[in-house]
Design a protein around this ligand. Structure first.
Ligand code: ADP
Ligand code: MG
Length: 459
């Protein structure tokens, strides 16, 4: 019996993958987990589809512990995993008819179109410019991508995106491809791992001509994860010739890298020197407002009403990775879909804690808070601690009280002491004053959020 739909199971599994992707070496992740899909779940098992029995066996032998912990954690319920090969249950001793969840059949449309991937181009139609939120951190990459999608091979060739993981490089590659394809260009998206595997296979099978012709026939080649080529001299050679041939005929090349160019220098110098002829656009971690906008747009898309306080909490806590933001959202969605409960900040904080916390554990010190408040309001730390009753100073001091109470484990008395020897009732009053203002005054709320955001060492 199936308790959840394909789509829910797939979302849950995506959130598990999102977290694992950051913890498992990329080649292993790509080889064993990337193609897996959450299919369904009943009282005992969570069903995961993988492309081959070989993969299923490997995952069963090597990774089952971590996978079951993660999915149990996501569901908040101890559950085992059963693997399906392309949607089919494999154990021969299973009572197949009874056990396969209703929604597992490959003919089920929501399963077969889950990946949104176009077979010929490998383009994923799910990643578009329309659902890419632009902020300071990704503006250059976004405008480079937009320009290239409209002027194939003419400007910025190659275009190279660089950022840490989970910040939108793959999204932009597909977005470019989707626009260009609509305009009639032949596009092909591939990861460098796949490129390498095909290249090696072509050498083994003596089909390098065919390999070359294929890659050279495209108008736009979208190459993901170029850092994979580091240390693979032979493939670099193949890549260099492909690159040159495409460049010569003004085909567009777009590349994404998880490493800065300085680290890519270990690639052959002749390859790296080619990059400098185009545009290198880096993507930074998004600022708070961008993170909030991303969460809001994703929540809207999955049609789930999440209060602003919850969105702000997640955006504030998860700073460096959009995939993790999505993971949190998926977890909340998965959780509340089963319950007739209102989504509240308290509930969400509990759900996100769990045994494997979604929320990084940051210890913020009183020194950081006092310094951030002083910097933000342009008031010296001595003034904050002084007896001054100047309106702005009083408000800044109360914001410091509020943040110290919210962000540290300090007692009211200790906070009073830090802020110039005030008693605990003054701190309590200051905290309440700021809490009330936060509810009434949006501008003030944004100021406090910005100070909170600057407390992190990650931004
Ligand atoms: P990378 O390739 O840099 O590791 P991805 O492109 O896979 O990152 O992005 C991770 C997830 O975050 C994807 O689901 C992607 O759609 C989403 N994402 C990244 N940047 C944005 C953005 N600016 N707006 C909306 N979603 C984004
Ligand atoms: Mg990527």
């Amino acid at each position: 019996m199936s308790f959840i739909t394909n789509e829910q199971a797939n979302k849950m599994w995506s959130s598990v993958l999102g977290r694992l992707e950051l913890r498992i070496p990329r080649p292993s992740f790509n080889t064993w987990l990337k193609e897996s899909k959450g299919i369904s779940c009943d009282s005992q098992f969570f069903y995961v589809s993988v492309p081959s029995a070989f993969t299923a066996n490997y995952l069963k032998e090597r990774m089952i512990g971590i996978l079951e912990t993660e999915i149990s954690d996501t569901l908040n319920n101890e559950i085992s995993i059963k693997f399906l090969i392309e949607g089919q249950l494999i154990e021969s001793n299973e009572q197949v008819d009874d056990d396969i969840p209703l929604s597992v059949s490959l003919t089920n449309p929501s399963f077969s179109d889950v990946s949104h991937v176009n077979e010929n181009s490998s383009l994923n139609s799910k990643y578009t410019f329309e659902n890419f939120i632009v902020g300071d951190s990704n503006q250059l990459a976004h405008s480079g991508a937009k320009t290239v999608s409209e002027k194939i091979g003419v400007v910025f060739n190659p275009l190279l995106f660089y950022s840490d993981v989970g910040l939108g490089k793959t999204h932009l590659l597909h977005a470019i491809g989707n626009v260009a394809q609509k305009n009639g260009f032949v596009c092909f998206y591939t990861t460098c791992e796949e490129f390498t595997n095909k290249y090696i296979a072509s050498i083994q099978q003596g089909t390098t001509e065919k390999f070359r012709d294929f890659y050279r026939s495209v108008d736009i080649l979208l190459l993901d994860d170029i850092q994979f080529l580091i240390g693979k001299e032979q493939t670099q050679e193949g890549f260099f010739h492909t690159f040159n041939a495409l460049h010569m005929k003004n085909s567009q090349i777009v590349i994404a890298s998880d490493r800065p160019i300085s680290e890519l220098k270990v690639l052959e110098p002749r390859i790296v020197s080619r990059f400098s002829g185009g545009l290198v656009a880096d993507i930074q971690s998004p600022k708070l407002e961008t993170r909030i906008a991303i969460l809001k747009s994703k929540a809207e898309k999955i049609e789930i009403l999440i209060p602003d306080s919850v969105i702000e909490y997640i955006a504030y806590k998860i700073k460096s990775n959009i995939r993790e933001l999505e993971g949190c959202l998926n977890r909340i969605t998965a959780w509340f879909q089963f319950k007739d409960e209102e989504i509240t900040l308290d509930a969400v904080q509990n759900i996100l804690k769990g045994p494997i916390s979604f929320i990084p554990n940051e210890m913020i010190s009183d020194i950081e808070v006092v310094s951030a408040v002083s910097k933000h309001f342009g008031i010296t730390q001595n003034q904050l601690r002084s007896r001054s009753r100047h309106k702005m100073t009083v408000l800044s001091r109360q914001v410091a009280m509020y943040l110290l109470r919210e962000e540290t484990d300090l007692s009211l008395a200790a906070i009073g002491k830090i802020l110039g020897g005030r008693d605990h009732s003054t701190v309590l009053y200051g905290h309440e004053k700021v809490s009330t203002l936060l509810k009434k005054d949006v501008e003030f709320k944004n100021t406090v959020l910005a100070i909170k955001d600057s407390l992190s060492t990650e931004n």
